[in-house]
Ligand binder design. Structure first.
Ligand code: GFB
Length: 324
C-alpha cells in the first residue's frame, strides 16, 4: 500500500450510493481491486429521497465508507425543463445520505458534485476557490444549487460533528452505461447516437444543439472513479477538489471527432434555437495533480471505447440512467 494512504479500503464495508449509474458503476468496477466489501441498494430496495429508509439502510448495513454517486442527472435540456426535480431530488438525496452517514457513525464519505457549481463567468481554468463568487449558469442553476448544498452539508457535518466527509467535483463525464436518450442526455452520448443512427440511415447530416461554439471538458467515468478512490484513501479536508482532464474542446470539434470515430461522413448542422449554456467551464486540476493523480485516457480513446461497448451491447437506451 502506498505510504500516503490515510484511509485504507481493504477489509472495509463500502456503500456505493447510485451504483447503477455511470459513475457509481465505474466506482464499483474500480473497487473490485481493493479487497473491500461493496454494499449496494437498487432503487426498488431503497428510496434515497426517504430519510427514514436511508437511515435504516445505513443502520442495517453498517457501511464504514460511502461513495455518494447517487443523483438525478441530465443534459442541458433536462436540467432546463425539470428544475423542480433536479433541485428537490438532489437536495433530498444529499441531505438524507449525509445525515444517515453521521447518525450511523460512518467513518468517511465522499460526496460527488459537478463543475456546474461554479459561476458562469468564473476565470478559466476554474479553481476550487471560485465557488460562490458569482451568478450561476441559468440552464443548470437548480442542479448546481443542490450540489453546492451537498458540499456545504459535508463541510457543516465536518465542522459541527467532526465527520470525515469530503467532496469532489468532476467535469463533464462520459462512459459505459451513459444515458443515450436524445432529450435528456449530455452532449457526448447524444452525438454518438446521432452519428451512429445517421450512418445507419444513410443520412446526409446530423444536427447539434446551439451554436456549436461552447467548449466543454470531458473525462471518462473510469478515470473519475479512479480519482474518487484516490481521494477517499488520501484526502481529508473541508474544501472540495476538482476532478478534470485538463483540456477542453469546442462542441463542433467534438462532433467532428465523434463522426470520424463512428464513421459518419455527412455534414454537421447547428440548431441555434437550442441553448448553448455556459460558454466555457474548464476546471483547474492543480490540487488533485499536486497530490499525485493525473488522468491517462485521451478523449479519442475514451469515445472509441464507449462506441465499441455500445456496438457490443447493441443498446442505446437505459431509462434507469437518468438517475445515476
Ligand atoms: O452536455 P450538455 O447537455 O450539458 O451540453 P452542459 C453541452 C453543450 O453541448 C451545450 C451542446 O452547449 C449544448 O447545447 N449540444 C450540442 C448538445 N448538441 C447537443 C445534443 O444533441 N445534446 C446535448 N445534450 N447537448 C450540463 C448541466 O450542462 O452538464 C448539468 O446541465 C451538469 O447541470 C452537466 O453540470 C455535467 O455541459 O451544458
Amino acid at each position: 500500500m502506498p505510504s500516503d494512504v490515510i484511509f485504507p479500503l481493504a477489509g472495509k464495508r463500502i456503500w456505493v450510493a447510485g451504483h447503477r449509474g455511470m459513475v457509481g458503476s465505474a466506482i464499483v468496477r474500480r473497487l473490485a481491486t481493493e479487497d473491500c466489501k461493496i454494499l449496494t441498494a437498487s432503487r426498488a430496495e431503497l428510496d434515497l429521497k426517504d430519510p427514514a429508509a436511508v437511515r435504516a439502510f445505513v443502520g442495517d448495513q453498517k457501511p464504514e465508507a460511502i461513495f455518494m454517486a447517487a443523483a438525478k442527472v441530465g443534459g442541458i435540456l433536462a436540467n432546463d425543463t425539470y428544475p423542480a426535480d433536479f433541485l428537490y431530488d438532489n437536495l433530498m438525496i444529499a441531505a438524507n445520505v449525509t445525515e444517515a452517514a453521521y447518525r450511523g457513525g460512518v467513518a468517511k464519505m465522499l460526496f460527488l458534485g459537478s463543475s456546474c457549481i461554479y459561476p458562469k463567468e468564473a476565470p478559466q481554468p476554474i479553481r476550487e476557490s471560485a465557488l460562490l463568487t458569482g451568478p450561476l449558469e441559468p440552464t443548470n442553476e437548480w442542479y448546481a444549487i443542490a450540489k453546492i448544498a451537498g458540499i456545504k452539508l459535508a463541510q457543516a457535518y465536518r465542522k459541527q460533528h467532526g465527520c470525515d466527509f469530503i467532496s469532489a467535483m468532476p467535469t463533464n463525464l462520459y462512459g459505459p452505461g451513459d444515458n443515450f436518450d436524445l432529450n435528456t442526455s449530455h452532449v457526448l452520448p447524444a452525438l454518438i447516437r446521432k452519428a451512429h443512427e445517421a450512418k445507419i440511415a444513410g443520412a446526409d447530416h446530423i444536427t447539434i444543439w446551439g451554436t456549436g461554439t461552447p467548449r466543454r471538458e470531458f473525462l471518462h467515468a473510469d478515470e473519475c472513479a479512479d480519482a474518487c478512490v484516490f481521494l477517499m484513501q488520501r484526502y481529508s479536508d473541508a474544501e472540495h477538489i476538482n476532478i478534470g482532464s485538463g483540456d477542453d474542446i469546442e462542441i463542433t470539434e467534438l462532433a467532428r471527432l465523434i463522426c470520424e470515430l463512428v464513421g459518419f461522413t455527412g455534414d454537421i448542422h447547428c440548431d441555434p434555437t437550442k441553448p448553448d449554456g455556459t460558454i466555457r467551464k474548464l476546471m483547474s486540476g492543480n490540487r488533485l495533480q499536486s497530490m499525485g493523480w493525473t488522468p491517462t485516457t485521451t478523449l479519442r480513446d475514451g469515445i472509441q471505447h464507449v462506441y465499441e461497448e455500445l456496438r457490443r451491447s447493441q443498446t442505446f437506451i437505459d431509462p434507469d440512467n437518468i438517475l445515476r
